[in-house]
Write a protein that binds this ligand. Sequence first.
Ligand SMILES: [Zn+2]
Length: 201
Amino acid sequence: MAKKRVAKKKLTRKKTKPEWPVTRNVMFRPERMKYVRRLIRPEGCVFCHALKEGVSPESLVLCENGQAMLMLNKFPYNSGHLLVLPKRHNGEFTEMTDSEMRDVNELMKIGVEVLTEAYRPGGFNMGLNLGSVAGAGIPEHLHWHILPRWAGDANFYPLIAETKVVIETLEQTYERLVPLIESRMTESRGLKSGHRQGAKS
Ligand SMILES: [Zn+2]
């Protein structure tokens, strides 16, 4: 084995050549720092933890069916960015059972329905990042994204700073979507949901 070369470069900076960017506009939003992924290293699987907590604004879980659940993405790219995931802790797509896929698909559909009703987006990105090299933030527990899109919603912040300014808080999104999900539950589908459990409307 070749000996690993460790190049120790002196951390001196050339004073004559300023580093990029020379000048730029800075938007100070310190409250958004909690959404910078790299700063947050939660212990254990956050999805399994959320499942254990159950449906609530704190867990961000909006509803669940037999083997899957629908929740807000804690690090939204846009307002209304949802995740659908199997309850079982599993990172292998090929190990998904037919019944798990059916339950995931049911919640994908409900997610799109309620987002359409609540936000009227122009379109959606929906899908699964399989493996960390493909962009999965938590590759050990499969999760599908439902991302509402509007014309012109892309900006440069995620590209340069992994930070996105989202105009709505997670709490506001949760409160907006839960009644829409509850109305669908009463329609038929036998979903378990709603942080207002026990409250009759
Ligand atoms: Zn898990």
